[in-house]
Every structure is written in structure tokens, then in C-alpha cells.
Design a protein around this ligand. Structure first.
Ligand SMILES: *[C@@H]1O[C@H](CO)[C@@H](O)[C@H](O)[C@H]1NC(C)=O
Ligand SMILES: *[C@@H]1O[C@H](CO)[C@@H](O)[C@H](O)[C@H]1NC(C)=O
Ligand SMILES: *[C@@H]1O[C@H](CO)[C@@H](O)[C@H](O)[C@H]1NC(C)=O
Ligand SMILES: *[C@@H]1O[C@H](CO)[C@@H](O)[C@H](O)[C@H]1NC(C)=O
Ligand SMILES: *[C@@H]1O[C@H](CO)[C@@H](O)[C@H](O)[C@H]1NC(C)=O
Length: 310
């Protein structure tokens, strides 16, 4: 399977990452000449689109899964307080610099372009965990939706070899299955196998470059794909941003501002007894702040440059 790049967000917090081809021969990957990112996942990655379901996605929903080429190509990324789940730009917007400015951005005007099909609240598949809402598009359905409606449009003008597919999924699966009475290593293995069958169907469309974020600490993750190189290990995970917050400008890493969703929270945090949002690590109970996403994106960009190869 071509060249696969994968890394853990925890590894990024430690400013280190691992990359390895999964199997077979490597193909070229050059970050500097990457023309587009196509993303799948959950609220960590979704961006609001003018044709998206509110607080959930760039385009469509499970209640309205299809879209026309015209609808896709005229959809705009929204940047405002509710445009992401972070109260500001998220990692993929920082990485692509697409949709960073307040207001509306057409992905077509960006380089690299950002085509983001992640859906807030998504799990991998209803085979394992129920949908959060009847409008939620699971990762499985994001991929099916892309195969039916997205790819036939985008492949007309995107160079697949210069496109990176990014997948960050799993936080909802972990949370939603926490109370299950199952053998977790076996259960997570099943989930990962399912995930990789979805990746295979994207790969067979002709996209050779993939970026994966892994959720749990890689060293403790069951069913390591690359057990010969289980990085980051426990030591590396231990020295992240959370241990050196001041270095990155974070003042409060233990809690979040309860008024995070107030319309004037960015301009008047004192009114709510809060620090400026950028000084918090956590945006709310499940999400990191936009500032953390900015740091992640910076580290990720370095990683992608270092791992560029002909
Ligand atoms: C979207 O999110 C904002 C901020 O959390 C919330 O105030 C609003 O009610 C949400 N809208 C819908 C339709 O869920
Ligand atoms: C952000 O923009 C979207 C789309 O224009 C709009 O529906 C939403 O209410 C806006 N949110 C805020 C906080 O202004
Ligand atoms: C989806 O769920 C909402 C709220 O739970 C409900 O009001 C609506 O009727 C449902 N729609 C469909 C098509 O099932
Ligand atoms: C993890 O890797 C680092 C860097 O190679 C090494 O210094 C450290 O001893 C390792 N820790 C464990 C627990 O293997
Ligand atoms: C962190 O922020 C929360 C919410 O603003 C506050 O309640 C808490 O006291 C702060 N913790 C520290 C250690 O400053």
C-alpha cells in the first residue's frame, strides 16, 4: 500500500513523530508540492461549510448525503466562532492556511486546497457504535459519500499523487464504547481492521499518500501495525506541552473556561472570570483550543517536510 505516514497527536505534543511505509514500495511524497488535502474524521478536524450541517461539517449530513458537483464546488469554508469545534481555526486550516481568515473561503482558492469531509461526532461505523444523531455521518459513510459524490468531481482536477488524505478518528469510538463489556484489545483490533478496509477503498481510488493521527498513546495501542517501531514510547509521550505549558504560552492546562461559547468570549474573557482563550489548553471538556491546534499544525508541517521523499 504505497506510502503511508502515520503519527500520534501525543507524539506531536512531544514534537516528535514516526513515519513508516506500511508495506510494499514507497511512492513519492513531497509536502512542498502537495496541492490538496482531503480530510475525514470527527470534530477535531471538521470545518463548517456554507452547505454543511450546522456545527458538524463542510457539506451534507446523513439526512442529506448526496450533493451535486456544483454544490461541492461553490461550497465555502466558514471561519467564525462556531466554524470549528475549537472556537477558532483548527489544525487542518492552520496546516493548509485554507479558511484561516474570518468569513468565507472557497477551497479552490487555496494552495493546498482543503476538501474536508470530517463530521463532528463521528465514529468509525454503526457496526460498532451508534450514531450520536440521525444526521451524523460516520467515517464509513464519509468514505462512501466521497466515493459516490466527492471523488468523481475532485479527480477531474486534482493530481492524486500530489494530494494527501488525512484521517483523524477514534475519540468518539473510545468514549462511546467505554462502557462496553468487551475484550478491548480485540475490539480495538476489529475497529482498526475496519478502518483499514475503508482506507483501502480510498487507496484503490488512486490516492497514494495518507496521514493518520492515532488517538491512544501509540506505545499502549493494541495491535500495533508497526510493532518493530512503536514510537513514540512511554518516555516520549511524557514530555509534551502539558508538562511545559509556559514555554508555549499556556497558563491553564487543567480546566477550561465555562463561558467558552459566549459570543464575546474572545474580546471580554474577564467578564466571565476567564483568561484569554489562547492561554487555555482545553477549549471544553472534549476539545483542545485553537492555540493547541496551531502548535500541532506547526509540528506537523515540520514532520511532513522532514518526511518528504522522492
Ligand atoms: C452550535 O454550537 C454553538 C456553540 O456551541 C451553540 O451555541 C449552538 O446552539 C449550536 N447550534 C446547533 C444548531 O446545534
Ligand atoms: C458562523 O457562520 C455561519 C454561516 O454563515 C452561521 O450560521 C453561524 O451563525 C455563524 N456563527 C457565529 C458565532 O457567528
Ligand atoms: C432526526 O432526529 C431529530 C431529533 O432527534 C428528529 O426531530 C427528526 O425527526 C429525526 N429525523 C429523521 C428523518 O429521522
Ligand atoms: C524511548 O525512546 C527514547 C528515544 O529513543 C529513549 O531515550 C527512551 O529510553 C525510550 N523509553 C522507553 C521506555 O523505551
Ligand atoms: C483554570 O481555569 C478554570 C476556568 O477558568 C479555573 O476555574 C481554574 O481555577 C483555573 N486553574 C488554575 C490552576 O489557574
Amino acid at each position: 500500500m504505497g506510502r503511508l505516514i502515520r503519527l500520534s497527536p501525543l507524539a506531536l505534543l512531544a514534537f516528535s513523530a514516526s513515519a513508516a511505509p506500511l508495506r510494499g514500495k514507497s511512492s513519492e511524497f513531497i509536502w512542498a508540492s502537495t496541492k490538496a488535502l482531503i480530510a475525514f474524521g470527527d470534530s477535531y478536524t471538521y470545518v463548517q461549510g456554507t452547505r454543511g450541517y450546522v456545527n458538524s461539517t463542510f457539506i451534507g449530513s446523513q439526512l442529506d448525503i448526496s450533493y451535486t458537483p456544483q454544490e461541492l464546488l461553490t461550497d465555502l469554508i466558514v471561519q467564525n466562532q462556531t466554524g470549528t469545534a475549537e472556537g477558532g481555526p483548527n489544525w487542518i486550516e492552520y496546516l493548509t492556511r485554507c479558511g484561516l481568515k474570518p468569513g468565507y473561503t472557497s477551497p479552490l482558492t487555496c494552495e493546498p486546497q482543503l476538501w474536508d469531509f470530517a463530521f463532528g461526532g463521528a465514529d468509525i461505523s454503526v457496526d460498532f457504535t451508534p450514531l450520536h444523531h440521525n444526521w451524523t455521518v460516520s467515517l464509513e459513510n464519509q468514505v462512501k459519500q466521497f466515493i459516490s459524490y466527492g471523488n468523481p468531481v475532485l479527480e477531474n482536477f486534482l493530481d492524486k499523487k500530489k494530494t494527501l488524505i488525512a484521517i483523524w478518528i477514534g475519540i468518539n469510538d473510545i468514549g462511546d464504547s467505554a462502557k462496553y463489556a468487551v475484550n478491548f484489545p480485540t475490539f480495538y483490533n476489529t475497529l482498526q481492521n475496519h478502518l483499514f478496509s475503508l482506507v483501502s477503498s480510498l487507496y484503490s481510488l488512486g490516492y497514494p499518500n495518507f496521514l493518520f493521527f492515532n488517538l491512544p498513546p501509540l506505545n499502549r495501542r493494541p495491535g500495533l501495525i508497526d510493532s518493530a517501531n512503536p514510537l513514540p514510547n512511554a518516555t516520549m509521550i511524557d514530555y509534551g506541552i502539558l508538562d511545559e505549558p509556559a514555554k508555549y504560552g499556556f497558563v491553564n492546562t487543567t480546566n477550561y473556561c465555562a463561558a467558552y461559547n459566549q459570543p464575546d468570549i474572545l474580546t471580554d474573557p474577564e467578564e466571565y472570570g476567564c483568561l484569554p482563550q489562547d492561554e487555555y489548553f482545553w477549549f471544553n471538556s472534549g476539545h483542545m483550543t485553537s492555540h493547541v491546534h496551531k502548535i500541532l499544525a506547526g509540528a506537523l508541517e515540520e514532520f511532513l517536510e522532514k518526511n518528504s521523499r522522492r
